[in-house]
Write a protein that binds this ligand. Structure first.
Ligand code: FAD
Length: 343
């Protein structure tokens, strides 16, 4: 069990900035995200696209904003838990019990939900017979590469994840069949070249302009996949397991079960503290709703600042929380780890 002041659900730009605002007030945070990299929509949906409306930064890409936020929160040493979805948030004692789908447990005095448009989940394969096949024959992420040792594997998709795993698993599998609905790949050129080399070497078969249409099984154990090409000709390939990489789509997911006042996939909050209907649970960024809400990063940053003050006040009800400037406050300098000669 990890004990902390605040658990932040979501490591998008607003969740990352929340770490900073809490840190300035001397509060420790643990931040959890279901995807494997921080940055939320900025890194998942538009890493190379320019953003022009971050105050004081005339232009930066989604990735650059994420990198800068990560640098800005370094002094506060927040625990970062990536690739784990928060499934449980419930009041316990004076605070909250939080648990992820990997079984990691937290005890926190407050929770900030910065979950954006929801948790990014893998897009599912649709094919005839899929409901009858055992779940462990069809996987959407690699937990343990060793389990594919000596197996006939099908990998579906044409992006970086699909090709990275083709390259990584080819040496240990019996054979890999890569199935992609186009003949162009959305992966980096070096990965496409490496995959083509594996095809030449006979380790991989690439079936392009095609999709898996049907799964054949024996008592739930996957045996064969039927692959339909452009002109509906079908190829059958015997496989033991399948890995599907069709990208990620956001879903509100478990948040809907945390007893919060939900308004069409968003969480109602007040505009003084950004607190939800459960005292001690706050919501900032794209996930929250209030009159006049705008889903913009700079609005989420403001919300993070006010939520941090509200949390500090909640945890220390007898003390007045003063605004201090980072420019001049020795306490802030100490928390930021700024040396005297930089002051
Ligand atoms: P998100 O960025 O959505 O991050 C939320 C994170 O929470 C996600 O990583 C998700 O995986 C995680 N999460 C959710 N549920 C769980 C759970 N249960 N457990 C664990 N993790 C969870 N805004 C601007 O201000 N300026 C722009 O120029 C701009 N351009 C944009 C361009 C595009 C193409 C898009 C799609 C958006 C753009 N936006 C822009 C909007 C901006 O990206 C969002 O407002 C911003 O990302 C919201 O940040 P967030 O931290 O609230 O949420």
């Amino acid at each position: 069990m990890i004990s902390t002041d605040v658990v932040i659900v979501g490591a998008g730009p607003c969740g990352l900035f929340q770490v900073f605002e809490l840190g300035l007030l001397g509060l420790k945070a643990e931040i959890i995200d279901s995807i494997r990299q921080p940055g939320g929509q900025c890194s998942e949906l538009y890493p190379d696209k320019p953003i022009y409306d971050i105050p004081g930064i005339p232009v930066c890409t989604g990735d650059e904003l994420t990198e800068n936020l990560l640098k800005q929160i370094e002094p506060f040493h927040a625990g970062m838990h990536l690739g784990e979805e928060v499934t449980v948030v419930r009041p316990e004692g004076d605070g909250f019990f939080v648990e992820t789908d990997m079984g990691k447990q937290f005890s926190a005095k407050a929770v900030v939900v910065a979950a954006g448009v929801g948790s990014f989940q893998p897009r599912a394969l649709r094919a005839t017979g899929i409901d009858e096949v055992n779940e462990d024959c069809i996987q959407y992420r690699v937990r343990n590469p060793e389990q594919y040792k000596g197996k006939k594997l099908a990998i579906l998709g044409g992006g970086d994840s699909a090709l990275d795993w083709v390259i990584e698993l080819a040496p240990i599998t019996a054979h890999i069949t890569l199935v992609h609905r186009r003949d162009e790949y959305r992966a980096v050129d070096a990965s496409v070249a490496a995959m083509r080399e594996l095809v030449k070497a006979g380790k991989v078969t690439a079936i392009e302009n095609a999709k898996v249409s049907e799964l054949v099984h024996d008592k739930g154990v996957l045996k064969t996949i039927r692959i339909a090409g452009k002109d509906d000709e079908t190829v059958e390939v015997d496989v033991d397991q399948m890995l599907v990489f069709f990208g990620l789509a956001p879903k509100l997911g478990p948040i809907a079960e945390w007893g919060l006042d939900i308004n069409r996939k968003t969480i109602n909050v007040d505009t003084e503290r950004f607190e939800t209907s459960t005292p001690g649970i706050y919501a900032i960024g794209d996930i929250n709703h209030y009159p006049g809400k705008k889903k913009l990063i700079l609005c989420g940053f403001h919300e993070a600042a006010l939520a941090a003050f509200a949390i500090k006040q909640r945890l220390e009800p007898d003390k007045k929380v003063h605004v201090q400037y980072t420019t001049t406050s020795p306490v802030m300098h100490e928390r930021l780890g700024v040396k005297a000669d930089e002051e």
